[in-house]
Design a protein around this ligand. Structure first.
Ligand code: UD1
Ligand code: CA
Length: 455
C-alpha cells in the first residue's frame, strides 16, 4: 500500500502549561509524536510521514531530525481541515491519506492497517469509539439504516445529537485524490469558525463514497492527551501493558505496577525483578537474572544468571553470565564484566574491562582500566585515570592482589600474580609476581608522652 500519513501536531496544548510543545512530552520515555510516527512506520515500507507543525514547531522539527519526516507548517491554527491541507502539496497523487493526531500516542499499527485497507477499496475508513461521557467530541451521525452520514462537532450539535455516544477519534483514512478534491470545499461557517476536517464525512456521504467505521481494540488506543493528568494516566496504562508482556515472557515481577520501561527490553525466562526497576534505551536481559529493588538499567546487556543487588545504576555495560553487581553500584558506559566478575557496594566503573572471576567489592573507582581474571581489587582502590588533560589506562593482570586504599596512577601496569601493599600510591609498573609497597614506612616511638593542656 502507498500511504501518506499526516500527523497533526500544530496545536498549542495550553492545558499542559509547558514551554515544551505538547507532542514532545514523553510517554514510556519517548515523545508522544514519536509513538505515532513509529506506529505509522509499522504499516510498511512505502509509507511517507508528514508532520504538521505550528506551536513550538522548531522544537518538534529538531527533535525529529533523525527520522525520515516531511514537515508542513501551519502558521495559524485554523482547524483540523486547514492543518491537513498544509501537508497536501507533498502528498502523492494516488496514495491513501491517513490522518493521525500527534497527541494520541498509543494508536496501534494494526488498527491503522485496517483503516488503510478500507481506503484501498476507495472507501473512507473512520475510527470511532463509544464513550459513556461523549462531551467535547464530534458525534457520529448515522441514518435510518445505520450508515455514517456526518460528524457534528459538540459545539454545533443539537440536543438529540448531543445524546449520541459514538464519537470521532479524529483518525481516518481515504484516497488522497478525494481529500485533495474536498479540502478546498471546507467552510469555516460553524460555531468555532474553523475548517473542520470532519466535514469531509458528509461530503463522502453526498458523493456516494462508502464510510466504514471501525473501533479500536481498546479505549486507550485513541485516548488523546490534553493535560498532564491524562498523560500520567496513559503512562500508567502503558507501563501496565509492558509489565503484562514481561510476565507472559516468563519474568516474575514483585509488583507489576512498580516497573517502568522507557525503551526496549528483551528478556529470557525465569528472571526476577524486584520493585522500582527502570529500564531505559535498549536493554537485553538473559534468563535467570535476579534484580533487586530500585535499580536503573540503560542501554546494557546482562548475561544469564547475573545478580544485580538493590540501588544499582547500570549504563552502557556488557555483563556476562553469573556476574554480581551491587548493592549501590554505579556501572558507567564502556564497562565489560566477564563471567563471574563481582562489583560490590559503592563501586563506580567506567570504560573498564573486568576479567572472569575478578572482584572489586568495596568503595572503589575503576575507570579506563583492564583487569585480568581472578584478580582481587581491595576496598578503596582508585584508578587515577585523569591528569587534568588526558585519560590514561590502568592494566592489571590475572591473579593480582591490590591492597586496600591503593591509588593506581595511570598509565600504569600491574603484572600477573603481582601484589600491591595496602595504602600504596603506584606510579611505576609492577612486574609479574612482584610485591610493590609505596607508602611512608611506619615508625614506632616507645613511651610517647602526649601533650598536656597548659594552665
Ligand atoms: C477533533 C475533531 C473531533 C474529535 C476530536 C477527537 C475536528 C473538527 N474535530 O476535535 O470530531 O472528536 O478531535 O479528539 O476535527 N490541530 C492542528 N491544527 C489545527 C487544529 C488542530 O494541528 O488548526 C491538531 C491538534 O494539535 C490536535 C488535533 O489536531 O493534535 C486535534 O485538535 P483538537 O483541537 O484537539 O480537536 P478538537 O477540536 O478537540
Ligand atoms: Ca482535543
Amino acid at each position: 500500500m502507498n500511504v501518506d500519513v499526516i500527523i497533526l501536531a500544530a496545536g498549542q496544548g495550553s492545558r499542559m502549561k509547558s514551554s515544551l510543545p505538547k507532542v514532545m512530552h514523553g510517554l514510556g520515555g519517548k515523545p508522544m509524536v514519536q509513538h505515532v510516527i513509529d506506529s505509522a512506520a509499522g504499516l510498511g515500507e512505502s509509507v511517507r510521514r508528514h508532520v504538521v507543525i505550528g506551536h513550538g514547531g522548531d522544537a518538534v522539527r529538531a527533535a525529529l531530525a533523525d527520522s525520515d519526516i516531511r514537515f508542513a507548517e501551519q502558521a495559524e491554527q485554523l482547524g483540523t481541515g486547514h492543518a491537513v491541507a498544509q501537508a497536501m502539496p507533498a502528498v502523492a497523487e494516488d496514495s491513501i491519506a491517513l490522518v493521525l493526531y500527534g497527541d494520541v500516542p498509543l494508536i496501534k499499527s494494526k488498527t491503522l492497517d485496517s483503516l488503510c485497507r478500507i481506503a484501498a477499496r476507495d472507501h473512507l475508513g473512520l475510527l470511532t469509539v463509544e464513550l459513556t461521557d461523549p462531551s467535547g467530541y464530534g458525534r457520529i451521525v448515522r441514518n435510518d439504516v445505520g450508515d455514517v452520514v456526518a460528524i457534528v462537532e459538540h459545539k454545533d450539535a443539537n440536543e438529540s445529537q448531543l445524546k449520541i455516544q459514538e464519537v470521532n477519534t479524529g483518525i481516518l483514512a481515504l484516497p488522497s485524490r478525494l481529500l485533495r478534491e474536498w479540502l478546498p470545499q471546507l467552510s469555516a461557517d460553524n460555531a468555532q469558525g474553523e475548517y473542520y476536517l470532519t466535514d469531509v464525512i458528509a461530503m463522502a456521504a453526498d458523493n456516494g463514497v462508502r464510510i466504514e467505521a471501525i473501533q479500536p481494540m481498546c479505549e486507550q488506543e485513541v485516548q488523546g492527551v490534553n493535560t498532564r493528568a491524562q498523560l500520567a494516566m496513559l503512562e500508567r496504562w502503558y507501563q501496565r501493558q509492558q509489565a503484562e508482556h514481561l510476565m507472559a515472557a516468563g519474568v516474575t515481577l514483585a509488583d507489576p505496577d512498580r516497573f517502568d520501561l522507557r525503551g526496549e527490553l528483551t528478556v529470557g525466562c525465569d528472571c526476577y525483578f524486584d520493585i522500582n526497576l527502570v529500564i531505559e534505551g535498549q536493554v537485553r536481559i538473559a534468563e535467570g537474572v535476579n534484580i533487586g529493588p530500585n535499580c536503573v538499567i540503560k542501554d546494557s546487556i546482562i548475561g544469564p544468571g547475573t545478580r544485580i543487588e538493590a540501588n544499582s545504576l547500570i549504563e552502557g555495560a556488557q555483563v556476562e553470565a553469573s556476574a554480581s553487581i551491587g548493592p549501590f553500584a554505579r556501572i558507567r558506559p564502556g564497562t565489560e564484566l566477564a563471567e563471574g566478575a563481582k562489583i560490590g557496594n559503592f563501586v563506580e566503573t567506567k570504560k573498564a574491562k573486568i576479567g572472569p572471576g575478578s572482584k572489586v567489592n568495596h568503595l572503589s573507582y575503576i575507570g579506563d582500566a583492564q583487569i585480568g581474571s581472578n584478580t582481587n581489587i581491595g576496598a578503596g582502590t582508585i584508578t587515577c585515570n585523569y591528569d587534568g588533560v588526558n585519560k590514561s589506562l590502568t592494566e592489571i593482570g590475572d591473579d593480582a592482589f591490590i591492597g586496600s586504599n591503593t591509588a593506581l596512577v595511570a598509565p600504569v601496569k600491574v603484572g600477573n600474580g603481582a601484589t600491591v601493599g595496602a595504602g600504596s600510591t603506584i606510579t611505576k609498573n609492577v612486574d609479574d609476581q612482584e610485591l610493590a609497597v609505596a607508602r611512608g614506612k611506619q615508625t614506632n616511638i616507645g613511651g610517647w608522652k602526649r601533650p598536656i593542656k597548659r594552665s
